[in-house]
Design a protein around this ligand. Sequence first.
Ligand SMILES: CC(C)(COP(=O)(O)OP(=O)(O)OC[C@H]1O[C@@H](n2cnc3c(N)ncnc32)[C@H](O)[C@@H]1OP(=O)(O)O)[C@@H](O)C(=O)NCCC(=O)NCCS
Length: 197
Amino acid sequence: MTRQPTLATERLLLRPMTLTDAPEVQRLAGDYDVAANALDIPYPYPDGVAGSWIAGHEEGFVLGEMVVFAVTPADDDLLIGAIGLMNIDRRHRRGELGYWIGKPYWNRGYATEAAGAIIAYGFGGLGLNRIYAMYFTRNPASARVMQKCGMAYEGCLRRHVQKWGFFEDIGIYGIVKEEYLAGSAGRDHRSRRTKTA
Ligand SMILES: CC(C)(COP(=O)(O)OP(=O)(O)OC[C@H]1O[C@@H](n2cnc3c(N)ncnc32)[C@H](O)[C@@H]1OP(=O)(O)O)[C@@H](O)C(=O)NCCC(=O)NCCS
């Protein structure tokens, strides 16, 4: 069985989470400004939720459905965020990029750096053909991360989800393997067909 790798970037390590990360997940994801911008993060963040979430990561990876990484500085094992690919669909070879970074660490380029590594891993190690990401349109910082990773804006799903009693507009960015490999990501997303490998 393939084990989940650890990915290194210039300043970060992306590694599998362990239960010892649970208190930091609860503290950082439990910040109102993080929870408010992520579809599935509760607020307040109840005891036990982080541990249950982390405990499901290995099975999700083994089943090929998702892969989640702790984001840590390269020289310190302390978790500063989470990133991964969810809703992995083997038939269509696509996955949904998702992430959050703890508020004390915002605007240092960490989400962009981590997302770049996850996109490379998705197309390389996981053999995906398409990676997409969704964000509340009221959250321009997340859209900016997607742009900086070379993803192309694909559209808006109006009032697509509910978050805390409000219907929210969802923006979508995506990137496909051929444009990623050609280095032309984000420039052109006219529809076309591609042959499966
Ligand atoms: C979105 C999030 C992951 C960004 O993390 P980060 O490490 O700060 O991201 P980066 O530093 O790589 O990039 C942030 C970019 O957004 C920009 N930005 C920040 N706030 C912004 C705002 N209010 N309006 C427009 N751009 C904004 C920054 O200037 C930066 O762009 P730049 O490099 O061109 O200046 C982080 O804010 C977060 O975790 N938010 C809460 C949870 C969340 O939104 N998750 C994503 C759900 S789709």
